[in-house]
Design a protein around this ligand. Structure first.
Ligand code: ATP
Ligand code: FE2
Length: 330
């Protein structure tokens, strides 16, 4: 069975094609670039996705060497995300499903980040650290549901990196810039460390770091290095606490921030100490992509989930706990 996945929830318009043997046939990702110094403007991103979607789909079919009729299932992100952007993907997916007379399933974006990490690592029941622009969550599967047992109480960690990089004068996305600068940093600057049990907060850190930048007293490299070391240490502390609490023996990191090599290195060390298995996932599966949507769509469909195209609509605040992952049940 071959599934086409469409993702358009925020900064990426992406199309992925995968089969039920876990073979990735196409993974095309197009990122929206806001004008310098700006964040995402929903109407502009949606307009750009509407213009690009035909080309991205064509490229995916070409890469996979398939015709649209060869697809057996269409999966699309229905949330969480930005309404304007989500609607582009959903409309195209509905059209394809009706035109090709193929089934369609609506996928939760966060669950898709988790499922693709499990698919790639082969781990069955890992503790999951989901770190992206909008999300920072510690998730575990328990009693038939994915449960968020710890999370940011304000902004997501990726968002923190994006705003700090913007304050330094760099374009979006900020995370890769911070990682690059941090490699050149040598002097550690004390930064507030804010962990509360298995929860974290980044808002105070953002204000503090903005002031460091404005003071003009520190090199961007040292700020980036200190920021990264501090917030990743926070992530590791909550992950360790969650591992102790859940007794899970596998650990994955997913979401855009999971691309960061320093974070991967720290996770490797931490897991070694705990005797827990860890395997990083490649960037093109960690950040927003269509393969994760296609893969989760396949899992859903094969477990008997059916969605009516005329009923599918965007759910901007769709949480992990709102999904009943029946594909995980015996
Ligand atoms: P979500 O809806 O899941 O929050 P998203 O729209 O934030 O998704 P993702 O692709 O999952 O999209 O994550 C993007 C974030 O990842 C951005 O904030 C970006 O700065 C960050 N990021 C990407 N690469 C790196 C990196 N190498 N180091 C740190 N952060 C990174
Ligand atoms: Fe994401």
């Amino acid at each position: 069975m071959i599934c086409l996945g469409i993702e358009s929830s925020a900064y990426a318009l992406a199309v992925g094609i995968i089969n039920d043997k876990r073979e990735i046939l196409a993974n095309i990702i197009y990122n929206f670039k806001p004008p310098k110094g700006m964040g995402l403007i929903p109407r502009d991103a949606a307009e750009e996705y509407s213009k690009k979607v035909y080309d991205i789909l064509t490229e995916a079919f070409d890469n996979a060497n398939l015709k649209p009729e060869n697809i057996d299932l269409i999966a699309v992100t229905i949330g969480p995300g930005i309404g304007h952007c989500l609607r582009v993907g959903i409309s195209v997916a509905k059209y394809l499903a009706l035109r090709l007379k193929k089934p369609i399933v609506g996928v939760n974006h966060c669950i898709a980040h988790l499922e693709v990490a499990k698919m790639y690592t082969g781990f069955k029941d890992p503790l999951m650290l989901y770190v992206s622009g909008g999300n920072t969550q510690i998730i575990t599967y328990k009693d038939g549901k994915y449960r968020v047992i710890g999370e940011t109480l304000d902004i997501g960690i990726g968002n923190l990196f994006d705003v700090v990089a913007r304050e330094m004068g760099y374009d979006m996305p900020g995370g890769p810039k911070i990682e690059k600068l941090a490699k050149e940093g040598k002097n550690y600057i004390e930064i507030p460390y804010t962990v509360k049990g298995i929860d974290l907060t980044f808002g105070g850190i953002l204000t503090y770091v903005k002031n460091l930048i404005k003071s003009g007293k520190y090199k961007n490299e040292d700020i980036a290095y200190s920021l990264q070391e501090t917030v990743f240490a926070m992530l590791m502390e909550v992950s360790e606490r969650a591992l102790a609490y859940t007794n899970k023996k596998e650990f994955v990191i997913t979401g855009g921030v999971a691309c960061n090599k320093r974070l991967q290195e720290m996770a490797k060390e931490m897991c070694k100490e705990w005797g827990v298995k860890f395997k990083p996932i490649p960037s093109e599966l960690a950040r927003d992509n269509g393969v994760m949507i296609a893969w989760t769509g396949l899992l859903m469909y094969k477990s008997g989930i059916r969605h009516k195209p005329e009923k599918l609509r965007e759910l901007q605040r769709y949480r992990v706990e709102d999904v009943d992952p029946i594909w995980l049940k015996p």
